[in-house]
Design a protein around this ligand. Sequence first.
Ligand SMILES: [Zn+2]
Length: 245
Amino acid sequence: MASAVITVPSFATNEDGVEHFFGTRMSSVSVTPGRSSTTQGTRGDRAATVMLSVKQVHGTDALVVDQPIRQGESFEGGWDALVTNQPGVMVTVRTADCVPVLLHDPVQRVVAAVHAGWRGAVAGIVPRTVALLVRRFGATAERLRMAIGPSAGPCCYEVDEPVLARLREAFPEWRSVVEPVGTQKAHLDLRAFVRRQGLADGLQAERIVTVNACTICHPDLFFSYRREGVVKATMVSGIALVPHR
Ligand SMILES: [Zn+2]
């Protein structure tokens, strides 16, 4: 279904009944940015997958898909997290510096894809999505698996005082995820921030994996809004429960 994608076997494999990927700029997966789309994914000779993509708004709300959906169906609104317990529905997010986060509970059979930029992360999109998985689907934090994908890295991601002020407000341990540059700026490690939020929620360290790849300093692999100054294109990352095991 996609070439040149990053998968993390220690996060999930088809044996776990879960298919996932983090996109690169060479990926063949395409969705329509800025609006909802459901397209047919191809899964080789196995059962078909419907790939769901929605408008992202740098918020913290999740779209929950707990009924079968069909190709061509669309969802009006904006969401930065997509959650489903429906086998064959691949929930996707688009990123180009923001952090794609994938989650699954192997027992309750529920998956989530999260788009976490600094705004969404500071506003708590990851803890909110974890809480939703627990409350609505009976997942447990101890069992949840989390994969944190390629994003702007601490090597390159400079943020200024307004961002730091919000981070300090939201996260008492903010010092552990920033490296000061002078007095007004710092390099922010968004992936570490998301990981710390997961740990604070009770996720087990050994069940959180991070793809330590920076979108800004790897132009050969990734699109980057920061590097390119415009959103040329985005990477698509997704996760699905494998149907008909
Ligand atoms: Zn970098």
